[in-house]
Design a protein around this ligand. Sequence first.
Ligand code: ATP
Length: 358
Amino acid sequence: MTVELRGLRRTFGHTVALDGLDLTVRQGELMALLGPSGCGKTTALRCVAGFEFPDSGAVLVDGKDITRVPANRRDAGMVFQSYSLFPNLNARDNVAFGLRVRKVAAAKRHARAAELLELVGLPAHAERYPHELSGGQQQRVALARALALEPRVLLLDEPLSALDAKVRVTLREEIRRLQLDLGITTIFVTHDQEEALSVADHVAVLRDGRLEQCGSPAEVYDRPATPFVAEFVGTMNHVPGRLSGNEVTVLGQRLPVDGALPASSDVDVLIRPETVLVTPDPEGKATIVASSFRGASARLRVRLGELEVLSDVPGHDAVRLAPGTQVALSLVQRPVLVSERTAATTLPAEMEDPAGVN
Ligand code: ATP
């Protein structure tokens, strides 16, 4: 099932929750809706579910306009942030609830519930009540319940946000596996960029009720369309630089500029920590001030004059790059985004030329 949102607009009093949102979710793909709090993710999902109706614009499913079709006549299964299980029903009856409403015979719906509990990894928990299940288990039951009616689209509204970090990672991988096995078109709302990048086929970054960029996880990370996407997805350093034509001079290097050019030639250059290269050098103008080891990698905080830059280096390099080490900085030669200079931070003049840095 393909889901298309066309120019969706929804206001609540003076608040514009959706401001002309366009998005296409293709058959069988997992689309993550990512964006800061209040950007309209949940409202968009509720418009697809039929719990919310847009003021204007349309929701199309396989090309058919369903904008005004009520929720109970849409073919969508939804999982919410809070587990929202019925507390007085055990896991089996929670999963089978929708089948009971559809008057499916008891034996048949119990068999289906058992199948689904097996699918979500809880074959032995059918008799348990919600209060006898952990958060992760409750969310698995909620997922099984959403799948019970064999919906053609699965809508997940921050389904992992109430869970602790480890369970979140396990469960998101299970959701992805299930989604791929079932080939079910899925929209997954999250404000957690790592979650979005790790499970989705495509990530739609929303800002103020509009689509800022939609692309594969690698595209939104490596080729963010705007500084907003660059900042929201992953970590970015802001390093002062000077524009000339389509190039910018930053830390003594000239790099090509991608995307829009601000009016002023003094800009902030957006640099990913993993593209900042750090080499021990007793003559180097920069100093490592902190290092946090993360196993496979280490994140260094490096000071250069008044500027602090984050650099991600392989974990095995952390020992020779301990705090206090004098270093030279260089940047991976690749296109960068620039934005209006925001920080008052400036580099001493000698650090802006190549000789001063390396
Ligand atoms: P979060 O990540 O915080 O859940 P979100 O991106 O899902 O945010 P929405 O819940 O879609 O954002 O809300 C978008 C805007 O619309 C917000 O400013 C919100 O306060 C407002 N809004 C949403 N629903 C209603 C409502 N029923 N009544 C009034 N305002 C609402």
